[in-house]
Design a protein around this ligand. Structure first.
Ligand SMILES: [Mn+2]
Length: 470
């Protein structure tokens, strides 16, 4: 016999019928003879007797019990049973299911554990409550649209994985295809990771204008965004599903805002589960990546629901593909430019300056600045490159008391845009203006401008008292 359950009645048996009905696994010792009969009729093993008396335990072969479960609400009886059990079998692990809580707290019994009933309710019932809610929500969403309606799923200006994943899920829930339910945006996808995502998962995102939003009576669904985000009126909005805080009032035929969630993809994952839709690998990958990137791998603003959705999606998703999205391949030509620059690298008081010349992709520049910080002796990394007609400069340093943002602002704000914080900063300057100001774009020019300012700053810091270094 594995478990001995000591209970006032047969309530616990009903909860654990599946374990209990394997004969020999669990014996229910109950106070009341009628309850014992009901347990037997339900396929369990039971005995009845006065739980406070030693004789009741005599026939239970207590020494063979691996674990005892106590489900006794009456505190005096609980006390009696506990003391009796400990006298008869000091080593048996005890699990007490309690409604009062804290009976075991000051007992200093390492083999006694307490599980509050409210926690059990939370674990068992809360998901079911949410599930019925989600089922009702899915029904509502499906009733919003007629078969002949075209639906535009509108995302933010620079659609991100969370919005894209949610949009795909909405299309799936509605049983729609791309032609009748396109994903649209007023902007375009720009971040390399997001471009990699739509390329690898073969997702089309179409550009749309305000004028075409309701063309031919098209319906409008907003995912991971709310109407006030757009600075113009959108006309009738049919659906809004989002997790951002409500910035301003808006109206829509259906709204589901869950601001405590870390991702919109989590809401859609719950919808899919409630609707019994098993996600395809493509859909699961998109949703998983959405949750992962919006919550910084469940670190930022994430909720228990995000973790649950993540766990549900994980086995369906293509994880290798997510790794490829997160680290989009660097263009070979850009890497070669970096290689050439690295071979000429000279350190000047811990400052590494690299000008990559013309490059294809802007995001390579901050990545390379990050990379250069790992070179021995480097405390500051300054990497620049020419992207079309813009000079992009990225700065990183290892310290916390340094002010990369300040320096970049001082140097470049007047001729372009510059900003950042203490350890990382960026400047973008139109090529023409850069030339007007500095004469040419070269490593030499950037080095001269940056190094003297960095040195000056460092000297200021050295001269200051520690209290000022904040
Ligand atoms: Mn989001």
């Amino acid at each position: 016999m594995k478990y001995l359950a000591i209970c006032e009645d047969d309530l616990l048996f009903r909860f654990m019928r599946r374990v209990a009905s394997k004969r020999g696994e669990a014996l229910f010792l109950v106070q009341d003879a009628e309850a014992a009969k009901r347990i037997k009729r339900g396929g369990g093993s039971s005995r009845s007797g006065d739980l406070g008396r030693e004789a009741t335990y005599k026939k239970t072969r207590l020494k063979q019990v691996e674990q005892a479960i106590l489900f006794i609400r009456n505190p005096e009886l609980w006390e009696q049973v506990y003391l009796l059990l400990r006298r008869l079998h000091p080593e048996v692990p005890l699990l007490s299911l309690s409604s009062e809580g804290e009976v075991a707290a000051d007992r200093k019994d390492p083999l006694l554990r307490e599980l509050p009933l409210e926690d059990i309710f939370q674990e068992l019932c809360a998901p079911s409550l949410l599930d019925t809610l989600n089922r009702q929500r899915v029904g509502k969403i499906r009733s919003l649209f007629r078969e002949k309606d075209k639906i535009h799923i509108l995302l933010q200006h620079d659609p991100d994985p969370d919005g894209i994943g949610g949009a795909l899920a909405l299309r799936e829930l509605l049983g729609r295809k791309r032609a009748t339910t396109p994903i649209v945006t007023f902007g375009g996808v720009t971040r390399p990771e997001n471009l990699a995502m739509i390329r690898l998962l073969d997702i089309q995102i179409e550009r749309i204008t305000y004028e075409d939003l309701h063309q031919d009576g098209a319906r409008l669904a907003l995912v991971d965004v709310q109407p006030p985000y757009f600075n113009r009126a959108l006309g009738q909005v049919d659906l809004v599903v989002d997790h951002h805080p409500r910035r301003a009032p808006f109206s829509a035929r259906y709204t589901d805002l869950r601001t405590q969630y870390g991702a919109t993809a989590t809401i859609f994952t719950e919808y899919l589960q409630a609707a019994n839709v098993e996600p395809s690998q493509r859909l699961a990958t998109a949703l998983l990546y959405g949750i992962k990137s919006d919550t910084l791998f469940l670190k930022r603003g994430s909720h228990y629901a995000d973790l649950q959705a993540f766990t549900f999606l994980y086995p369906f998703a293509n994880r290798a593909m997510i790794t490829r999205m997160e680290r989009p391949a660097l263009p070979r030509a850009d890497l070669e430019a970096l290689g050439r620059a690295l071979s000429r690298l000279q350190l000047d008081n811990g400052v590494a300056v690299i000008h990559m010349g013309e490059i294809k992709r802007e995001d390579v520049i901050p990545q390379m600045a990050e990379f250069c910080l790992q070179i021995e002796g480097v405390e500051w990394a300054v990497v620049s490159g020419l992207c079309g007609d813009r000079v992009v400069i990225s700065v990183r340093n290892v310290g916390y008391v340094r002010s990369a943002g300040d320096i970049m602002k001082r140097l470049f704000d007047a001729i372009g845009s510059a900003g950042g914080h203490r350890s990382m900063a960026k400047a973008v300057v139109p090529l023409e203006r850069f030339k007007e100001h500095f004469g040419e774009v070269s490593e030499k020019v950037i080095r001269e401008a940056m190094v003297s300012l960095i040195r000056q700053r460092e000297q200021e810091l050295r001269g200051s008292t520690p209290a000022e270094r904040t």
